[in-house]
Design a protein around this ligand. Structure first.
Ligand SMILES: NC(=O)C1=CN([C@@H]2O[C@H](COP(=O)(O)OP(=O)(O)OC[C@H]3O[C@@H](n4cnc5c(N)ncnc54)[C@H](OP(=O)(O)O)[C@@H]3O)[C@@H](O)[C@H]2O)C=CC1
Ligand SMILES: O=C(CO)COP(=O)(O)O
Length: 327
């Protein structure tokens, strides 16, 4: 069987490589930095993101992307904002017809493009797919039970890829609602920042639960208006990931929100770690406005990050919104 290519040797790329290789797959893991690729290849451990997890022999790490051309399935696991430049660099090596499964969660800043559209424009011969759902890299790398969703343009294609990537502890459901899966993953990061802020401000467990429920209602409203299916938004990649990310200090988006809520400096709180919701907030807010969907929590996060609103004013604005029928 041909290898599975993984683009990006960060926390999630490494965790996916480890879980696939443990299950007998041959994995070509690509990192843009030769020094980092060499370290992983020799030390057999990603000491930066997943200390203590051994890279099985089935993983070959390299900064030379040629091996991606011999893979029959490629996972793109770089930050959403880096997907385009990465695919422009290594995409031409990927064989026509090879699916590119984007594992990043976000919307492209500047263009408002979805991840599948970035794949389509950079690698028009490769069908886009998405892997998303509640799954912390550390949990997956430890072999803890996890369930996520694989979305592709066709249900058959999604099913084939899901069977290829599933392991006894990494359970994959599949769907052809690529749009719905991408929206859930992108939106939950922004909403998790809001939930983190509430935690950092010590607003209490009742407020946190209310915020999470209203956050889900925004996700559902935006997703449906965009054409996503409700069952996708209520599934692993929507509600499932929202619950995980909005309630766990393990989440970088939630932890960033906590730091903001505690009054810490935003740039310091996101300096060393990836907080995808920061870039997604203004794009998601703009997309919602464009289609006339109200997303007051997303709007607040965007305004706080852009320093148009203080946290206190944002909370005040949310609490004084006119009462309405619940949707
Ligand atoms: N960590 C997790 O638990 C999960 C993460 N995800 C998603 O996966 C995506 C990646 O996250 P994660 O792996 O955690 O992030 P990390 O920051 O751990 O790793 C990101 C990887 O992408 C590489 N990268 C960064 N910028 C660029 C660039 N401009 N060009 C090429 N490569 C680049 C990094 O290389 P370098 O280190 O050399 O800069 C690194 O290998 C995100 O969208 C995230 O939302 C999804 C599910 C779970
Ligand atoms: O997407 C994730 C879990 O499903 C990881 O969330 P964070 O990027 O907030 O850490």
């Amino acid at each position: 069987m041909a290898s599975i290519g993984i683009i990006g040797a960060g926390a999630w790329g490494t965790a996916l490589a480890v879980t696939l290789a443990r299950n007998g797959q041959s994995v070509s893991l690509w990192s843009r930095f030769e020094g980092w690729a060499d370290r992983l290849q020799v030390e057999r451990e990603n000491k930066r993101s997943l200390p203590g997890v051994t890279l099985p022999a089935g993983i070959t790490v390299s900064a030379v992307p040629d091996a991606l051309g011999r893979c029959d399935l490629v996972l793109a696991v770089v930050p959403a904002q880096a997907l385009r430049e990465t695919l422009l660099a290594v995409g031409p090596l990927i064989r026509a017809g090879t699916p590119i499964v984007v594992c990043a969660k976000g919307i492209e800043r500047g263009t408002g493009a979805s991840m599948r559209d970035v794949v389509r424009s950079c690698c028009p011969e490769c069908p886009p797919a998405a892997l998303s759902g509640p799954s912390f890299a550390a949990d997956v790398a430890k072999g803890l039970p996890t369930a996520v969703t694989l979305a592709a343009e066709t249900l058959d294609g999604a099913g084939r890829m899901a069977r290829r990537l599933a392991t006894p502890t990494f359970r994959l459901y599949h769907t052809d609602d690529l749009l719905g899966v991408e929206i859930g993953g992108a939106a939950k990061n922004v909403l998790a920042i809001a939930c983190g802020i509430a935690q950092g401000r010590a607003l209490g467990a009742s407020a946190s639960a209310a915020l999470m429920a209203r956050a889900f209602s925004e996700l559902l409203r935006f997703g449906r208006a965009s054409g996503a299916r409700a069952e996708t938004l209520m599934g692993l990649s929507g509600l499932g990931d929202l619950v995980l990310t909005c309630g766990s200090p393990q989440s970088r988006n939630f932890a960033f929100g906590v730091a903001l809520g505690q009054g810490l400096d935003a740039s310091a709180a996101s300096r060393d770690k990836l907080v995808e919701g920061i870039a997604t907030a203004p794009v998601l807010h703009a997309a919602a406005r464009k289609i006339g969907v109200e997303m007051p929590i997303v709007e607040s996060v965007d305004a706080i990050l852009a320093k148009r609103l203080t946290i206190a004013d944002a909370i005040e604005a949310l609490l004084t919104r006119p009462p309405r029928a619940e949707d």
